[in-house]
Ligand binder design. Sequence first.
Ligand SMILES: Nc1nc2c(ncn2[C@@H]2O[C@H](COP(=O)(O)OP(=O)(O)OP(=O)(O)O)[C@@H](O)[C@H]2O)c(=O)[nH]1
Length: 671
Amino acid sequence: MRTRLRKSISTSLPASLKARMSVVVFLLVLGAVALLALATLAVAERDMRGVTSQQQYASLASAAVFIDEEMAARRNVLRVMADSIAAQDVAGRAGLQRFLAAQTVLGKEFFTAGVIDVDGSVLASIGSVRPPPGASVRERAYFTQTLALKRSVISEPLQGNISGMPLVVVTEPVFDARGQVRLVLAASVNLRQPDFLGRLDTLKPGPGGHLYVMTEQGIVIEHPDKSLIMQHIGALCPPSVPTRSAMQGFQGSMAGKTSNGDEALFAYRRLASTGWILASVYPTRDAFAPLRAIRSKILLAALVLAALAGLAGWRVVLRLLQPLERLRSQVHQIRRHRLGIDALQIERRDEIGDLSRDFYTLVAERELAETQTRDSERRLKLLTDHVPVVIVYIDREHRYQFINATFEKWFGVSAREGMMRSISEVLGEAAYQMREQYLRRAFAGEEVEYEFTFDDHGSGIGGNGRAFQTSYVPDVDDHGVVIGVYGLIHEITKVKAAHSALQFAAATDTLTGIANRRRFDEHMAQCLARTQATGAPMALAYLDIDRFKAINDSLGHQAGDEVLKEFAQRLQQCVRASDLVARLAGDEFVIVFEGVKNAAELRQIGAKIVAAIRAPFVLASGPLSATTSIGIAISGAAALTPEQLLDLADQALYQAKDAGRDGVALVGGEA
Ligand SMILES: Nc1nc2c(ncn2[C@@H]2O[C@H](COP(=O)(O)OP(=O)(O)OP(=O)(O)O)[C@@H](O)[C@H]2O)c(=O)[nH]1
C-alpha cells in the first residue's frame, strides 16, 4: 500500500530534478503556511465559539428579563384595573361594561378582556372577538387557579373558545373589603399577534438565528414561524438534542445540531414569571461566517506565498545544480566518445566532486574489467578453436549455444550457422536420435561417455570410419538444476587402430601368422559355451609334425621355421573360414571345428589334411617330404572343459603316433 503510494507520488512528480525540488519546496511552504493558518483559525474559532456562546446566552438572559418585564407590565395594567374596580366598587354588568370600555389601555395591551364573577360567568367584556356576557369560564384552569391561589395567574397557551385564536390569559383577582375574591379580571393575549413579544425579533442572534418561546411541555408560545404557535415543538420533526435537554431543565448554552441537521449554537433560559423556556438558535455558518471568509483568504495567501517560494526555490536549485548539470553533460559526451574519462577528475571538494571522481574510478575499473574479459574471451576462443576436439554447449531444448571451430572442420557447420539451432537441425534427425539417450542421462545429472564412428553416427558427413569419443558433463546451477550440458568430442581413430593392432598381436602367432595359444583359449571357451547352450557338437584336432626334430637337426632351425609356416598355411587351406587353426607351441597345432555333423566328416577332414601335408615342402634348401599325425576329440552332450577336450585330443594324437604316424585317430562321439 505504502509502496504503491510512493510509486504514484514519484510518477506524478515531474521528471527533472530541478522541477521536482521546486515542487517539493512549493508543497512544503504551502503545507506549512496552510497548517499554521488552519491551526490559528482553529484556535480562534474555539475562542470565538466560547465568546459567542456567552454573548448569545447573555443576550437571551436580557431577553428573558425583557419578557418578564413585559408580562409584569401587563399584569400591572390588570392589577391597576382590579384595584380601580375594588376602589370604585364597580358592580353590575352594565357598570363593569362601562368601566372596561373606558380603559383604552386594555385594548392596546390585550386581545380581549373581561370581568368574571366567582361562579365563572362573564359579566362584562371588551375586544373584537370577546366572550359574550353570561358565557361561563368556570372550567378554565386560569379561573379556578386564580380563585384558589387568590393571585394573578398566567395560563397555559389555549385555544380561544370564540375567536379560535391561540391565546394566553392573564388574570387578576378583585378583592372585597373582607379580602375575599369578588371578581376575576381576565385578559387574553393573541399569540399570533405580530407585536406580542415583538422586540424579541430584535434580539435574535445574527441574520440566520432566531429566538422562540415554549412551555416546559414544548408548546410553542412565540416563534418567528407563526404557524408553529400552539404546536408542540416536535410536531413537525423530532426536537433536537439541545431542545430536549432544555425541556428537561437545562439552562445555558451548548453546541449541537438542529432537527434539520445544521450545526448551531443553542442557548436556553427559563422565564421567572411563567417558567416558559426562552430559546436562542444561532447557526454556526452565520456565527463563524467572518472566520470562514478569513480562512479562504488566508489559504489563498498561503498559495501565493508557496508559489513565490517555489519560484525562488527553482532559481536557487538551478544555481546549486549547475555543477551537476555540467557533470551530466560530461558523462553524456564520454558515452559518445567525444570526451575522455579524465574529464571526470575534477578538483571540487563537495559531494559533486566526490561523485565525479567516484564515477571516474568506476568507469576506469569497468573499462579495465571489460578489457580483461575481452582478452580472456579471445584467449579462450583461440584455445577452443585450435584444440583438436569439438567443444559444444547444449541447452535444455537441445540447441547448440556454443560451437568451436573444430566442430565446423569435422561436421561442416560453422558456429554462426549452428548456434541456437537444435542438434537435429544441425546434424540431422538420425544423429540426434543416436545422441538423445545420452543427453537425457546427462540432463538427469550423470556424466556420460560414449563412442561413435562416422559410419554409424548418421550425421550425413564422412562415412570414413573415423572413431570419436563424446563426453557430456552436466552444467548444474546453484539450485542443483541442470541448465545445460558441455559436450567434448575427440577423435579416437588412431587409438582404436592401435588397440585393434595390439589385440591382434596378442592373439597371433608371430612365426606363422595364425592364431596363438591365447586366441585358441578364448575361442575354445566361447565354442564350448555355445555347444553346451545349443547342443550342436564340436571337435578339436591336435596336430604334430612327424619327426620335426630331425628336420631341424638336419636342415637347420631356419628350414624348420619354413616348414612350420607352410604347415600352418596348408592347415588353413584345408578347413572352413569358421574353423580356427592355432599353433600351440613348437610343431603342435590345433583346429577347432564348430558345428560338425559326425565322426565320418571329421575323419574325412583329417584324411584331407594328412594328404595335404604329404605334398613336398619347397624349402630354400630344396624339397622336403613331411607328414603329420592328427588326434581328434569330439565334444558331444557331455559338458567338458577346454582342458579336458584338449587332453582327449592329445590322447588321440598319441594313438595316431602309436599307429605309425601320418594318420588320424578319433576319440569321443561316435569314434
Ligand atoms: N625350427 C623350429 N623348431 C622348433 C621350434 N619350436 C620347437 N622346435 C623344435 O621342434 C622339435 C620338436 O620335436 P618333438 O615334437 O619333441 O619330436 P619330433 O621330432 O617331432 O618327434 P615326434 O613328435 O615323436 O614325431 C624340437 O627339436 C624343438 O627344438 C620352432 O619354432 N622352430
